[in-house]
Ligand binder design. Sequence first.
Ligand code: SF4
Ligand code: MG
Length: 266
Amino acid sequence: VLAEQIEHIKESKAFDIRSEALPTWCPGCGYFGIHQGLNACIQELEIPHHQIVTVSGIGCAGRYPFFTSTYGLHTVHGRTLPVATGVKAGNPDLTVYVIGGDGDGLAIGGGHFPHVCRRNVNINYLMFDNSIYGLTKGQPSPSSPLGTKTKASPFGTQDKPLNATLMALTYGASFIARLFAGDPKGITEAVKEGTRHEGFAFFHIYSTCLTFDKTFKTWANLKKWVHPVPEDHDPTDFKKAFELVLNDDYATGIIFRRTHTDTVKK
Ligand code: SF4
Ligand code: MG
Protein backbone atom coordinates (compact mmCIF):
# COMPACT_ATOMS: atom_id res chain seq x y z
CA VAL A 1 0.00 0.00 0.00
CA LEU A 2 2.84 2.33 0.89
CA ALA A 3 4.54 1.78 -2.48
CA GLU A 4 1.23 2.41 -4.24
CA GLN A 5 0.70 5.64 -2.33
CA ILE A 6 4.20 6.84 -3.15
CA GLU A 7 3.65 5.99 -6.81
CA HIS A 8 0.39 7.93 -6.74
CA ILE A 9 2.12 10.98 -5.28
CA LYS A 10 4.91 10.80 -7.88
CA GLU A 11 2.38 10.74 -10.67
CA SER A 12 0.14 13.39 -9.19
CA LYS A 13 -0.27 16.83 -10.65
CA ALA A 14 2.39 19.50 -10.72
CA PHE A 15 2.29 21.81 -7.70
CA ASP A 16 1.23 18.90 -5.46
CA ILE A 17 3.25 19.46 -2.28
CA ARG A 18 2.82 16.02 -0.72
CA SER A 19 6.22 14.41 -0.23
CA GLU A 20 7.16 10.76 -0.30
CA ALA A 21 7.46 10.91 3.49
CA LEU A 22 3.90 10.05 4.39
CA PRO A 23 2.35 11.77 7.42
CA THR A 24 2.90 9.91 10.67
CA TRP A 25 -0.18 11.41 12.32
CA CYS A 26 -2.64 9.00 13.97
CA PRO A 27 -5.22 7.64 11.50
CA GLY A 28 -8.24 9.96 11.65
CA CYS A 29 -6.29 12.99 12.94
CA GLY A 30 -7.74 16.29 11.78
CA TYR A 31 -4.40 17.33 10.36
CA PHE A 32 -4.91 15.18 7.27
CA GLY A 33 -7.83 17.41 6.26
CA ILE A 34 -5.77 20.56 6.73
CA HIS A 35 -2.91 19.08 4.68
CA GLN A 36 -5.40 18.21 1.94
CA GLY A 37 -6.88 21.72 2.02
CA LEU A 38 -3.52 23.52 1.87
CA ASN A 39 -2.22 21.19 -0.84
CA ALA A 40 -5.24 21.91 -3.04
CA CYS A 41 -4.80 25.66 -2.44
CA ILE A 42 -1.20 25.55 -3.65
CA GLN A 43 -2.17 23.51 -6.70
CA GLU A 44 -4.93 25.92 -7.61
CA LEU A 45 -2.70 28.96 -7.14
CA GLU A 46 0.04 27.12 -9.07
CA ILE A 47 2.83 28.18 -6.75
CA PRO A 48 6.06 26.32 -7.66
CA HIS A 49 7.59 24.28 -4.83
CA HIS A 50 10.83 26.27 -4.81
CA GLN A 51 8.90 29.46 -4.02
CA ILE A 52 7.22 28.03 -0.93
CA VAL A 53 8.60 27.69 2.59
CA THR A 54 6.70 25.93 5.36
CA VAL A 55 7.87 26.92 8.84
CA SER A 56 6.74 24.85 11.81
CA GLY A 57 7.28 24.70 15.55
CA ILE A 58 7.06 21.68 17.85
CA GLY A 59 4.11 19.33 18.27
CA CYS A 60 2.20 17.01 15.97
CA ALA A 61 1.63 19.96 13.59
CA GLY A 62 5.35 20.71 13.78
CA ARG A 63 6.15 17.71 11.64
CA TYR A 64 4.43 19.28 8.67
CA PRO A 65 7.52 20.31 6.63
CA PHE A 66 8.64 16.67 6.51
CA PHE A 67 5.45 15.74 4.70
CA THR A 68 5.82 18.34 1.96
CA SER A 69 8.18 18.73 -0.96
CA THR A 70 8.53 22.50 -0.56
CA TYR A 71 11.36 24.14 1.34
CA GLY A 72 10.75 23.82 5.05
CA LEU A 73 12.04 24.69 8.48
CA HIS A 74 11.17 22.70 11.59
CA THR A 75 12.09 25.35 14.14
CA VAL A 76 12.24 25.36 17.93
CA HIS A 77 9.15 25.48 20.11
CA GLY A 78 7.08 28.63 19.75
CA ARG A 79 9.51 30.45 17.45
CA THR A 80 7.80 29.94 14.11
CA LEU A 81 6.66 33.53 13.66
CA PRO A 82 10.02 35.30 14.09
CA VAL A 83 11.73 32.66 11.90
CA ALA A 84 9.06 33.03 9.21
CA THR A 85 9.35 36.83 9.41
CA GLY A 86 13.08 36.45 8.77
CA VAL A 87 12.47 34.15 5.79
CA LYS A 88 10.06 36.64 4.24
CA ALA A 89 12.30 39.63 4.96
CA GLY A 90 15.23 37.76 3.37
CA ASN A 91 13.32 36.97 0.20
CA PRO A 92 9.96 38.73 -0.19
CA ASP A 93 9.19 36.69 -3.31
CA LEU A 94 8.67 33.55 -1.23
CA THR A 95 5.24 32.38 -0.14
CA VAL A 96 5.53 31.46 3.52
CA TYR A 97 3.17 29.16 5.41
CA VAL A 98 3.62 28.95 9.16
CA ILE A 99 2.23 25.76 10.66
CA GLY A 100 1.77 25.29 14.38
CA GLY A 101 -0.53 24.01 17.07
CA ASP A 102 -2.43 25.75 19.83
CA GLY A 103 0.24 24.87 22.39
CA ASP A 104 3.06 26.10 20.18
CA GLY A 105 1.31 29.32 19.17
CA LEU A 106 -0.65 30.31 22.27
CA ALA A 107 1.62 29.15 25.10
CA ILE A 108 5.38 29.26 24.50
CA GLY A 109 5.05 31.25 21.27
CA GLY A 110 2.21 33.49 22.45
CA GLY A 111 4.45 36.52 22.83
CA HIS A 112 5.15 36.65 19.09
CA PHE A 113 1.53 36.58 17.97
CA PRO A 114 0.58 40.24 18.66
CA HIS A 115 3.69 41.56 16.96
CA VAL A 116 3.33 39.63 13.73
CA CYS A 117 -0.26 40.93 13.57
CA ARG A 118 0.59 44.57 14.19
CA ARG A 119 3.57 44.46 11.82
CA ASN A 120 1.30 42.98 9.19
CA VAL A 121 4.08 40.70 7.91
CA ASN A 122 3.02 39.24 4.58
CA ILE A 123 3.02 35.59 5.68
CA ASN A 124 0.29 33.00 6.26
CA TYR A 125 -0.18 31.42 9.69
CA LEU A 126 -2.22 28.24 9.99
CA MET A 127 -2.90 27.44 13.63
CA PHE A 128 -4.02 23.82 14.02
CA ASP A 129 -6.14 24.17 17.18
CA ASN A 130 -7.19 20.89 18.78
CA SER A 131 -7.08 22.29 22.34
CA ILE A 132 -4.60 19.67 23.54
CA TYR A 133 -0.90 18.87 23.51
CA GLY A 134 -1.02 15.77 21.31
CA LEU A 135 2.67 14.97 20.79
CA THR A 136 3.36 14.86 24.54
CA LYS A 137 0.34 12.63 25.11
CA GLY A 138 -2.59 14.81 26.04
CA GLN A 139 -1.96 17.69 28.44
CA PRO A 140 -4.36 20.67 28.45
CA SER A 141 -3.38 23.57 26.22
CA PRO A 142 -4.22 27.30 26.44
CA SER A 143 -7.34 26.70 24.35
CA SER A 144 -8.70 23.79 26.42
CA PRO A 145 -12.02 24.67 28.03
CA LEU A 146 -12.28 25.32 31.76
CA GLY A 147 -12.47 22.06 33.70
CA THR A 148 -10.65 19.91 31.09
CA LYS A 149 -9.62 16.65 32.75
CA THR A 150 -6.42 15.00 31.56
CA LYS A 151 -3.69 12.98 33.26
CA ALA A 152 -1.96 16.30 33.88
CA SER A 153 -5.13 17.97 35.21
CA PRO A 154 -7.05 15.18 37.02
CA PHE A 155 -9.35 17.66 38.81
CA GLY A 156 -10.02 19.73 35.70
CA THR A 157 -8.20 22.84 34.51
CA GLN A 158 -8.71 26.07 36.44
CA ASP A 159 -7.77 28.48 33.65
CA LYS A 160 -10.03 30.11 31.12
CA PRO A 161 -9.25 29.23 27.50
CA LEU A 162 -7.78 31.67 24.98
CA ASN A 163 -9.71 32.45 21.82
CA ALA A 164 -7.17 32.73 18.99
CA THR A 165 -9.59 34.36 16.53
CA LEU A 166 -10.52 37.03 19.06
CA MET A 167 -6.86 37.60 19.88
CA ALA A 168 -5.93 38.06 16.21
CA LEU A 169 -8.74 40.59 15.79
CA THR A 170 -7.71 42.49 18.89
CA TYR A 171 -4.04 42.49 17.85
CA GLY A 172 -4.93 44.05 14.51
CA ALA A 173 -4.43 41.17 12.07
CA SER A 174 -5.47 42.26 8.59
CA PHE A 175 -6.92 38.93 7.43
CA ILE A 176 -8.58 36.36 9.69
CA ALA A 177 -10.39 33.16 8.80
CA ARG A 178 -11.76 30.53 11.15
CA LEU A 179 -11.89 27.07 9.60
CA PHE A 180 -12.56 23.41 10.31
CA ALA A 181 -10.25 20.46 9.57
CA GLY A 182 -13.30 18.47 8.49
CA ASP A 183 -13.91 20.90 5.63
CA PRO A 184 -10.78 20.79 3.40
CA LYS A 185 -12.61 22.65 0.61
CA GLY A 186 -13.38 25.52 2.96
CA ILE A 187 -9.70 25.55 3.96
CA THR A 188 -8.61 25.64 0.31
CA GLU A 189 -10.86 28.59 -0.53
CA ALA A 190 -9.95 30.65 2.54
CA VAL A 191 -6.22 29.97 2.31
CA LYS A 192 -6.27 30.91 -1.38
CA GLU A 193 -7.80 34.24 -0.44
CA GLY A 194 -5.42 34.72 2.46
CA THR A 195 -2.37 33.82 0.36
CA ARG A 196 -3.32 36.52 -2.15
CA HIS A 197 -3.88 39.03 0.62
CA GLU A 198 -1.00 41.50 0.90
CA GLY A 199 -0.38 41.30 4.61
CA PHE A 200 -0.57 38.92 7.54
CA ALA A 201 -3.17 36.19 7.11
CA PHE A 202 -4.27 34.15 10.11
CA PHE A 203 -6.18 30.89 9.80
CA HIS A 204 -7.58 29.54 13.06
CA ILE A 205 -8.36 25.93 12.21
CA TYR A 206 -10.42 23.82 14.59
CA SER A 207 -9.09 20.30 14.54
CA THR A 208 -9.45 17.13 16.54
CA CYS A 209 -6.99 14.96 18.44
CA LEU A 210 -8.96 11.75 18.47
CA THR A 211 -6.23 9.93 20.38
CA PHE A 212 -6.14 12.16 23.47
CA ASP A 213 -9.40 14.08 23.46
CA LYS A 214 -12.46 11.89 23.77
CA THR A 215 -14.85 14.54 25.06
CA PHE A 216 -14.38 18.06 23.67
CA LYS A 217 -13.13 18.64 20.12
CA THR A 218 -14.24 15.24 18.86
CA TRP A 219 -15.29 14.86 15.22
CA ALA A 220 -18.89 14.40 16.33
CA ASN A 221 -18.93 17.58 18.44
CA LEU A 222 -17.13 19.73 15.92
CA LYS A 223 -19.45 18.61 13.13
CA LYS A 224 -22.40 19.57 15.33
CA TRP A 225 -21.00 22.94 16.41
CA VAL A 226 -19.27 24.30 13.31
CA HIS A 227 -21.38 26.31 10.86
CA PRO A 228 -20.70 28.95 8.21
CA VAL A 229 -20.60 32.65 9.08
CA PRO A 230 -23.99 34.26 8.38
CA GLU A 231 -24.54 35.02 4.70
CA ASP A 232 -24.79 38.74 5.36
CA HIS A 233 -21.55 38.85 7.38
CA ASP A 234 -19.37 41.70 6.12
CA PRO A 235 -15.71 40.83 6.86
CA THR A 236 -14.61 44.40 6.11
CA ASP A 237 -16.63 45.67 9.08
CA PHE A 238 -14.43 45.38 12.17
CA LYS A 239 -17.23 45.96 14.67
CA LYS A 240 -19.40 43.31 13.05
CA ALA A 241 -16.50 40.87 13.01
CA PHE A 242 -15.84 41.57 16.68
CA GLU A 243 -19.47 41.09 17.59
CA LEU A 244 -19.63 37.83 15.63
CA VAL A 245 -16.56 36.40 17.34
CA LEU A 246 -17.73 37.48 20.79
CA ASN A 247 -21.09 35.80 20.31
CA ASP A 248 -20.26 32.77 18.24
CA ASP A 249 -17.28 30.47 18.83
CA TYR A 250 -18.00 28.20 15.88
CA ALA A 251 -18.89 30.37 12.89
CA THR A 252 -16.37 29.51 10.18
CA GLY A 253 -15.34 31.40 7.06
CA ILE A 254 -13.64 34.73 6.44
CA ILE A 255 -14.10 36.64 9.68
CA PHE A 256 -12.22 39.83 8.93
CA ARG A 257 -10.29 41.50 6.13
CA ARG A 258 -8.90 44.98 6.28
CA THR A 259 -9.83 46.79 3.13
CA HIS A 260 -6.83 49.02 2.62
CA THR A 261 -4.50 46.03 2.40
CA ASP A 262 -6.97 43.93 0.50
CA THR A 263 -5.07 43.89 -2.75
CA VAL A 264 -4.53 40.90 -4.94
CA LYS A 265 -1.02 40.05 -6.09
CA LYS A 266 -1.87 38.94 -9.59
FE1 SF4 B 1 -3.26 14.01 15.67
FE2 SF4 B 1 -3.57 13.77 18.31
FE3 SF4 B 1 -2.38 11.82 16.94
FE4 SF4 B 1 -1.15 14.17 17.29
S1 SF4 B 1 -1.70 12.69 18.90
S2 SF4 B 1 -1.27 13.00 15.37
S3 SF4 B 1 -2.88 15.62 17.19
S4 SF4 B 1 -4.54 12.50 16.73
MG1 MG C 1 -2.59 21.07 19.96
